[in-house]
Design a protein around this ligand. Structure first.
Ligand SMILES: Cc1cc2nc3c(=O)[nH]c(=O)nc-3n(C[C@H](O)[C@H](O)[C@H](O)COP(=O)(O)O)c2cc1C
Length: 214
């Protein structure tokens, strides 16, 4: 079993939309995982696990353009395109993932599905947790991410976080990419009610699975 200090989890921002709110939600999720408001008994370990935000946008992935099927490849260097190799090398560094997904027409954002499809062994066998957001919490998209993650052999942990937009004004800010006022340390801030469950699923389920699989 690995020591917790050697573990690395990545929060994948599942949107590359021009005025996206994904990045501020990713920061909120990371803060929630590490928040003092969070209910859990593993506080002593919280500063010892590395939690990075993974932005698909940084990798400029075109629509899937590898000639081969990713499940045939074992090394990052086996892929044909440098953008795939760079994405593969990065994802290979992580032991577990938090997929952060919005919902488009009741479905998974195309760029998230595309980024997942590019790779296989880099995901396979690793634990995954799903956090979604949308009018009804993004539940349709979350279910689809779960199916896709299952197809590539990920171990999706029990418990999903589906965060519903609290008002029309909030939706408008979201579409425009404006600040949503999220603050995982403030009980009066939007979505603060999700802080304990985000932290609990991360520490009690995802980290436990990471330790088992190491
Ligand atoms: C093309 C499109 C389709 C959308 N469809 C849905 C939907 O089915 N359900 C939902 O809750 N929100 C939907 N929305 C609203 C998004 O949840 C909202 O724009 C959110 O900010 C998207 O996340 P992002 O800013 O991180 O990309 C849609 C938005 C767009 C642009």
């Amino acid at each position: 079993m690995a020591s917790i200090q050697s573990l690395k989890a990545g929060i994948v921002i599942g949107s590359t939309r021009v005025t996206r709110i994904g990045p501020q939600i990713a920061s909120f999720v990371r803060d929630a995982i590490q928040s003092p408001l969070a209910r859990n008994s593993t506080n002593a370990t919280q500063s010892q696990i590395q939690i990075d935000i993974i932005d698909i946008k940084d990798f400029n992935l075109p629509m899937f353009d590898e000639p081969g099927i990713p499940n045939r490849f074992i090394s990052s260097e086996d892929y044909s395109n440098e953008h795939t190799r760079a994405w593969s090398r990065h994802i290979s560094k992580f032991d577990a993932f938090v997929f952060l997904t919005s919902e488009r027409n009741w479905g998974i954002p195309a760029e998230l599905k595309n980024a997942i499809d590019y790779l296989f062994h880099e995901w396979k066998g690793k634990p995954a947790m799903i956090v979604s957001y949308g009018g009804q919490g993004g539940v349709h998209s979350a279910e689809q991410v779960k199916i896709v993650a299952g197809a590539i052999g990920m171990r999706v942990v029990d418990g999903m976080i589906n965060m519903s937009f609290p008002s029309r004004e909030f939706v408008g800010k979201g579409l425009a990419g404006e600040s949503l006022g999220l603050d995982a340390t403030d009980q009066n801030a939007p979505w603060s009610e999700h802080v304990p469950e985000i932290s609990s699923i991360f520490w009690d389920h995802l980290v436990k699975e990471m330790l088992v699989s190491k």
